[in-house]
Design a protein. Sequence first.
Length: 233
Amino acid sequence: MCGRFCIIFSYDELLAYFNLVTGKVEPRYKVAPSQDIPVVRMEEGLRTLASLRWGLVPSWSKEPAPGFSTINARSETAHTSPAFRSAFRHRRCLIPASGFFECKREGKGKQPWYIHRKDGRPLAFAGLWEHWSNRDGSQTLETCAILTTAANATVAALHDRMPMILEPGDFDLWLDPAEQNHDRLAPLLHPAANDLLAMYPVSPYVNKPANEGPECIAPRDPLLFGQENSEPR
């Protein structure tokens, strides 16, 4: 499950990490479903950064309003799911992030945690995108979903699922629209290494839909954010 994430890297930083040729990005401390998010995809053989709505609408859908369940696709079954299989085969993408949020129930409430790379580099969520239009072509929409996988040892303390994170060496294969062989893609579909991520508790401020800004990722208790972790981005 991934229902909130953060993207505060500059375009120049994303350009270098993802080897982009064009695009733009605005800092967002909390991105939520149904909002537009930056997506790395191939266009005419080049990696570009596009803006797509989070919540995949299958091309065969009669309405452009997906349910909450389409923000994520299970990596184990996306290639056979009616909602995602066409996108998995033809329209894979990367979704840049600085980190993501997960909550852990504590008593009657939920304590949010911010999860990010220890080395301070961007996260690259594996994603799928889709093009939808109504019958007469007067309305079009491009949407996306984040693939999830079983949680690694770090995230498992909070949830049993996590976004599927790819490394730069995986990008070419994942983004190649000509690659449709699931057996070649399957080795990429695994949890992140147990030592890749760090996490720390943040204020419940992030739980309120209207709240945005640096407060979303500020450590709730600085003493819990050890020196072994890099500065969060």
